[in-house]
Design a protein around this ligand. Structure first.
Ligand SMILES: CC(C)(COP(=O)(O)OP(=O)(O)OC[C@H]1O[C@@H](n2cnc3c(N)ncnc32)[C@H](O)[C@@H]1OP(=O)(O)O)[C@@H](O)C(=O)NCCC(=O)NCCS
Length: 175
């Protein structure tokens, strides 16, 4: 594992995701973060084939999809795709964004770079970019406010896992 000072010497690139990034994205980045069980709705490893197909479909569809790369290793992702409700004609202007970095790359400002790159790619595409953040996830909440998300509501006590109860804060960004 790298220390923060090691990472200062390393060039970490933020760029659009390539299909060739997907194995590392799933194995090095997504599944370990799901298994932390703290920040995301998914709290167990996703079968690799299923995750590869899901992200490949999004890239092929042209949805904004960015990674943070350290060498060949994917260390973070931010992607945006139509909300499930977008199948309803009157709600096709809604999209959902998701992001994560693996632990040793957090707290360096990379999340903000990833998020801003993804939001820029959402411009002129959707009217509302939605997300839900857990109230114990203060770093993510602060980042979203800093990047222009506003709170629309709070589902009090809607997140409960491993002895911790939190609110789900619904936030929206209007490109
Ligand atoms: C949420 C998450 C993506 C945010 O990314 P991040 O890179 O950690 O956060 P930011 O880009 O906002 O970085 C800001 C932090 O980096 C620090 N930092 C250090 N160098 C910096 C720099 N050059 N520029 C900006 N910030 C810098 C800031 O002090 C700040 O620290 P703080 O949050 O402890 O006050 C990341 O923490 C993460 O993956 N968390 C787990 C998964 C998750 O929560 N996903 C979102 C679910 S809604």
């Amino acid at each position: 594992m790298k220390s923060n000072s090691d990472m200062n010497d390393t060039q970490i690139e933020i760029r659009a995701t390539r299909l060739s990034d997907l194995p590392s994205l799933v194995v090095d980045c997504l599944n370990p973060t799901f298994l932390e069980r703290k920040y995301l709705a998914i709290t167990e490893a996703v079968p690799i084939g299923e995750a590869l197909a899901y992200h490949a479909n999004h890239i092929m569809a042209g949805y904004p999809h960015f990674v943070a790369i350290d060498g060949e290793r994917v260390v973070g992702i931010c992607d945006c795709s139509p909300s499930a409700a977008a199948r309803i004609a009157a709600q096709t202007h809604n999209a959902t964004i998701g992001m994560l970095l693996i632990p040793e790359y957090r707290g360096q400002g990379l999340g903000e770079k990833l998020l801003r790159a993804t939001l820029a790619a959402c411009k002129d595409r959707w009217g509302r970019i939605e997300l839900g953040v857990y109230s114990h996830n203060e770093r993510a909440h602060k980042l979203y406010l800093r990047c222009g998300f506003v709170e629309e509501g709070r589902r009090v006590g809607a997140w409960k896992l491993d002895g911790v109860t939190s609110d789900i804060i619904d936030m929206v960004y209007r490109p």
